[in-house]
Design a protein around this ligand. Structure first.
Ligand code: MN
Length: 186
């Protein structure tokens, strides 16, 4: 998935308010999770890495229970500015539906080498300092054929919580505090 070619090919920027994206250097190590009410609701985990946002679509969203393995489908790299995006992608456009910034913060790569190297090797651990997601999380690649499937799993640390569902307890945007259904066509 080199750069933003696939991201741009899928979108008509005359129609959608999503950013086209510039490949620039800047403040590193941001992460964001978008809650995306597309045809099927999912959560898009994005980690800033090599000037883009490495991205995964997590159908059930993250779980703070280390016993839960959440499917995370790798999606195309997104531009860094996408971290700020909240709004509605119009009907007929790729990913049509409403997007909110469900969580945001910074991450630290845990382990040897860079995050990019770890992702290439198929296993990465990160420490998230978000408003909702905190502590250690791991991403492990399951297979490459027909798109990459990964598993997102909470590590067993002080931020693990087996009792509560984070996605149910905290449905709102961390940017505007609105729920998905409070955002209309604008
Ligand atoms: Mn999405």
């Amino acid at each position: 998935m080199p750069g933003l070619d696939e991201y741009r090919r899928k979108r008509d920027f005359r129609r959608t308010g999503e950013p086209r994206g510039r490949r620039t250097r800047g403040k590193a190590n941001r992460f964001v999770v978008h809650k995306h009410g597309a045809r099927s609701l999912h959560y898009d985990l994005r980690l800033e890495c090599d000037g883009v946002l490495k991205s995964w679509a997590v159908p059930k969203g993250p779980s703070t229970d280390p016993g839960d393995k959440r499917l995370a489908r790798r999606t195309e790299d997104h531009p860094r500015e996408y971290a700020e995006f909240e709004g509605t992608i119009p009907e007929g456009e790729y990913g049509a539906g409403t997007v909110i910034v469900w969580d945001a913060g910074t991450y630290r790569h845990l382990g040897e080498g860079t995050l990019a190297e770890a992702l290439d090797a198929g296993h990465a651990s990160v420490w998230l300092s978000g408003k909702k997601m905190r502590g250690g999380w791991s991403l492990t690649r399951m297979r490459r054929r027909g798109g990459e499937s990964w598993l997102l799993v909470k590590q067993d640390d002080d931020h693990a919580d087996r009792k509560h569902s984070l996605v149910d307890a905290r449905p709102e945007s961390v940017k505007t505090h609105r729920a998905l259904d409070e955002i209309d066509g604008g």
